[in-house]
Design a protein around this ligand. Structure first.
Ligand code: SAM
Length: 274
């Protein structure tokens, strides 16, 4: 027997109608107030997720799961897709090409196409038209906007990427030890916390630049410092990701970013059935 919790009487009546029309599986509708809390305590139903409890999120280009972890913390049942095997990915995983993946049947689609095409390191090759890294943003946007039938989506990338009307998130908004500015494009309204002046700098022992392999050197007067230096343990703490290797961390976003945006989408989904 399925279990449906819906405090709003109109939405509960709507669920009953859907059930009568055989559009969702038969089950008990509970109209008592279950506070919308964290993770496992959440119980929210749309026709798509009816029967398995949590709204479903698809994380395309999931890597080792930085974004997925945030969506999980926001209450989503997450499936990750990546072209490469991801042995540390913590949720359901499908190894596949993301740009032609069947995106139907999810409540939120997240996509983090590779950013190498837009990084400063690739700037010269890019402007000379010699970049070896494809720009997968247009094809991803086309897949999400056309293929998903209006499902909320979020595309994440670096600030130099060609995203449309993005919002920006910074690690300082979440008390993290990275700045790691990232942009987010969406087809639903999203807001970012206030961005205040960075109270510190990379290399001061509190903030880390989680990037690259060999390290990046910077000069402050006569003092030269390797600003990407830091142990994997420090990087994990700085990013709030305790299950990734150093290399995986360099590719990831802090889970806090996806949690912040995932919670906003969750709220919209919840309001949409009222
Ligand atoms: C920037 S990383 C994603 C990191 C992830 N969002 C996180 O927070 O941990 C990009 C990922 O895209 C994957 N990738 C690259 N091209 C792909 C494709 N065509 N289809 C699926 N995955 C692809 C790479 O293997 C890599 O893991």
């Amino acid at each position: 027997m399925n279990y449906y919790n819906e405090i709003d009487p109109k939405a509960a009546a709507w669920l009953a109608e859907l059930m009568a029309d055989n559009l969702i599986s038969e089950g008990k509708i509970d109209t008592r107030d279950i506070r919308f809390g964290q993770g496992e305590a959440q119980m929210y139903l749309t026709p798509r997720n009816a029967g398995h409890g949590h709204p479903r999120a698809l994380d395309l280009f999931c890597g080792a799961g930085g974004a997925s972890m945030g969506l999980h913390r926001a209450g989503f049942d997450v499936t990750g897709v990546d072209i490469a095997p991801q042995r540390h990915y913590p949720f359901r995983f499908i190894q596949a090409e993301a740009t032609s993946f069947d995106v139907r049947g999810y409540d939120l689609i997240w996509a983090s196409p590779p950013c190498q095409a837009f990084t400063l390191a690739n700037h010269r090759a890019r402007t000379a038209g010699k970049s070896k890294h494809p720009n997968l943003i247009p094809v991803t946007r086309a897949l999400l906007s056309a293929g998903s039938g209006g499902t909320p989506y979020i595309i994440e990338n670096v600030p130099t990427a060609p995203l449309e009307a993005p919002i920006m998130l910074c690690g300082t908004m979440f008390g993290l030890g990275v700045f790691r500015h990232r942009h987010f494009e969406s087809n639903v309204p999203l807001v970012a916390p206030a961005h205040v002046n960075h109270a510190g700098r990379i290399g001061d022992g509190k903030f880390f630049c989680v990037a690259g392999g060999a390290g990046r050197w910077k000069s402050w007067g006569k003092v030269k410092r390797n600003v990407t230096k830091g142990t994997v343990a420090e990087w994990r703490r700085a990013m709030g990701s305790d299950w990734m290797t150093g290399k995986e961390l360099t590719q990831a976003i802090p889970p806090a970013y996806a949690e912040c945006l995932g919670r906003q989408v969750m709220k919209l989904l919840r309001e949409s059935v009222k």
